[in-house]
Design a protein around this ligand. Sequence first.
Ligand code: LLP
Length: 419
Amino acid sequence: MNYFNSKYFTYKNNELYCEGMSLKDILRETGTPAYVYSQNYFIDRYNELDSAFNEIDHNIFYAVKSNFNLSVIKTFADIGGGVDVNSEGELLRALKVGVPNDKIIFSGVGKTYDEIKIALEKDLLMIKAESEEELVLINEIATILNKTARVGIRVNPDVDPKTHPYISTGLAENKFGVDVPTAIKLYTERDRFKNIDYTGIDMHIGSQITTVEPFVSAVEKLSEIFLNLKKQGIKLKHFDIGGGIGVEYHHERIFSPSEFAKALIPILKKLDCKVILEPGRYLSANAGILIAQVLYTKVNHKKNFIIVDAAMNDLIRPSIYGAYHHIQPVQINKSCKDISADIVGPVCESGDFLAKDRNIQECKRGDYLSVMSAGAYGSTMASNYNARRRPPEILVNGSSFKVIKNRESFEHLFFEEYL
Ligand code: LLP
């Protein structure tokens, strides 16, 4: 079998480590299933992307939806990152760890009245608007609060990001943003929106995008709008290129931050404004793993099954997107042969699998398996289905670790529920 090895998750004497920390030592304390993150991965990816764009005025706003653990948000805030939030809950998380208001952007296709109100009260850097009706509401609430709302319109450029249909967001058929003619109309109808200050323009065309071309086409379309508005005296301060940078889950060849910057900087440079990047997955996916323990193995009608204690409620990506996550043993045992098996959880659905027909070292009850690339959209999409408690999260730095979220208690499962 193949092993997913990196500077951050590596084998020492056939045993998997996160940075300088033995995973087995962590698991003795926390049990399984458990998410484990490398703090230096988060920091290194942030710095790598940041320096690739050094030539132009820019800021990285980490999309916290990919991993909103407070310690993860704080890791980025401590090195100068802003955040992109998509709900009041995400906003409160960012504020709780002390992210300054002018380093927060509020996104989302369906913000509620209360969400717009709190975004205005907290004086966030920018609210993204995704429809004419939303602009009307933002203007109305800003008028009541006697404030001027800083707004960027999310434009749907109708560009194919060539990714999974569930995470494509920049096609005409998708619910996100407004089309180009509507955006131009809204930007130029400023008299209708007296309490709105248009400070930016925004796009986010999809997620897990593996080539630069869709970004280039979309940035070209939006920069045309930007420059046309400038000619009409509407000078925007921010150009937000969204998130979406793909990562390696299974030998994908992804562009590097410098290739990304090289393709976009020539277009962005002409705009003379601050460029905002909103990556989530790029900063977090390969920072994390989910460790599970083998409960049972069995052969059914000649098919091998490895039943582990992590399930679709802990990591739903394989079930809903058919996503590939590499799975490898925490302890390599060279004397064991490789088999092909489905690696499945205890939930009562056939859709509950972490891998299908996967080549893996033969294992036995009690062995630990590591599900790789689980730092993004893993823990944040976990649920309590089957009344299962969501797993703990552990942050490793060098040869020390910290439990940054406990496994949920059983009391948690009854919380705010009444007879
Ligand atoms: N900005 C906005 C407005 C977004 O909607 C998203 C992600 C991002 C930034 C960050 O995108 P990223 O850099 O992580 O690709 N649950 C799916 C991914 C959904 C992405 C939603 N929006 C998955 O597990 O693949």
